[in-house]
Design a protein around this ligand. Sequence first.
Ligand SMILES: [Zn+2]
Length: 222
Amino acid sequence: MISFSSRWVKVCFGAITFGAVSELVYFTYRKYKRRKWQTNQNESESRKVTEEVLFFPDDRVACKDYFVGEDGCNNNDCRFTHFPNSLSRLYEFINGAKGRLDVCVFVICCIDLADLLIAAHKRHVLVRVISDGEQTEITGSQIWNLRKAGIAVRTNKSSFLMHHKFVVIDDQLLLNGSFNWTRQAISGNQENLMALGNKRIVSLYTNEFERLWNAFDPQKNG
Ligand SMILES: [Zn+2]
């Protein structure tokens, strides 16, 4: 009798242990599957984030009208290229702005790029420009044209350079690199421009733009 009940205790204990282990294995398996699914989701989301690099110089200057003009290019003798290149991609990025364009670039002399800022301003995108104070005085600077069009431009008064070359588009896309907005940078110099949609990186640059925008407020600094 004693050995019978002892056997039953063993059987019951074994069954309970087996049940507990099964549950544990099942939960561990579900947890693993869920984590793997989340990792896959994160990876597929990060794959959608823009990550591009544009290298300059381009062989030829891209035709702004052809790539982003409302009516395309109607010039049969157009001297600009209609083949996609780094500048045409930059046109597309800037022209794609829906609500906000924060431009923080050392030198802005390229008429086509300045025209895209003015066009964005006209379609009610909030365009703000920070540039280097001394560079606004150089031949070909488009800063005065931007101001004439009603775009707010702020510059540093310090003898140190405002040497950034970055743009934040709609708080979602960062363009950053060595690229100044000059003809020489487009078709002469070795330059790079990264386009990044990484939220954390973009927000760091948005913060830097706001910091400089406040620091260069002419009302604060006379
Ligand atoms: Zn053309």
